[in-house]
Ligand binder design. Structure first.
Ligand SMILES: C[S@@+](CC[C@H](N)C(=O)[O-])C[C@H]1O[C@@H](n2cnc3c(N)ncnc32)[C@H](O)[C@@H]1O
Length: 210
């Protein structure tokens, strides 16, 4: 996709016309991040910074790394977030994510630009980038089970939504414990947890040897 197609000024109104549930989707993503200890956040496809802003309301002291392939969108996010500690990286989702480790990875309305193999590869890379106990929250347009639920305008040249069930399968194959926490027609929020190290099993095995 041509990264210069994004105009941050027009985007804020345009996206709410295309996706009337846009703000709800962002709120559901932010809610799905709760309950963690978060010092570092990665936002993939940060756009104008809507997602990062809401997640930072949950974790005001966290450091943020924001990635996007559009210079204009990154500049808009940098201005909107106004956080000297935040890092903004011109990077494609097809490339390896920043090294981390992160406590939380979020992404809204960006991963559907990848094809199926690209999504599965990204999920495996994110599992590696998260600390044990960390979480990936994905809010995106998905292929709905019923054709009449496909209400979000998409363009087959750069939108490649996958079914939520397929994405759950790729997340689980990557090692995550994953579930769908919110769904409205062709929008969904998926939560993928990277488990803690299996200390209980190790402790039990060690006790048994004593
Ligand atoms: C629909 S906007 C979503 C922006 C923001 N996350 C939001 O929820 O408003 C998609 C964003 O993903 C970025 N993007 C799309 N494909 C990308 C790719 N392959 N690599 C990196 N960024 C990409 C675009 O530049 C754009 O900023």
């Amino acid at each position: 996709m041509d990264p210069d197609r994004w105009d941050p000024e027009a985007y804020r109104d345009f996206i709410r016309t295309e996706i009337p549930e846009y703000d709800r989707l962002q709120d559901e993503l932010a809610t799905a991040t709760r309950g963690l200890v978060v010092g570092s956040i990665l936002d993939l496809g940060v756009g104008t910074g809507e997602t990062a802003r809401r997640v930072l309301d949950e974790y005001p002291n966290a450091r943020v790394v924001a990635v996007d392939e559009s210079r204009a969108m990154l500049a808009a996010a940098e201005q909107a977030l106004d956080r000297p500690s935040a890092r903004f990286e011109l990077r494609r989702l097809e490339d390896p994510p920043p090294p981390g480790p992160f406590d939380l990875v979020v992404s809204a309305l960006a991963v559907h630009h990848l094809d199926e193999a690209g999504k599965a590869r990204l999920f495996a890379q994110l599992h590696d980038r998260l600390r044990p106990g960390g979480r990936f929250v994905l809010a995106d347009v998905v292929l709905p089970e019923r054709a009449e639920d496909a209400v979000t305008p998409t363009d087959p040249t750069y939108d490649r939504p996958s079914a939520a069930a397929a994405q759950l399968a790729w997340l689980r194959a990557a090692g995550f414990v994953a579930s769908i926490v919110w769904r409205d027609r062709d929008l969904a929020v998926l939560v993928a947890d990277r488990g803690e190290p299996r200390r209980h099993a190790v402790d039990t095995a060690a006790r048994a040897r004593r």
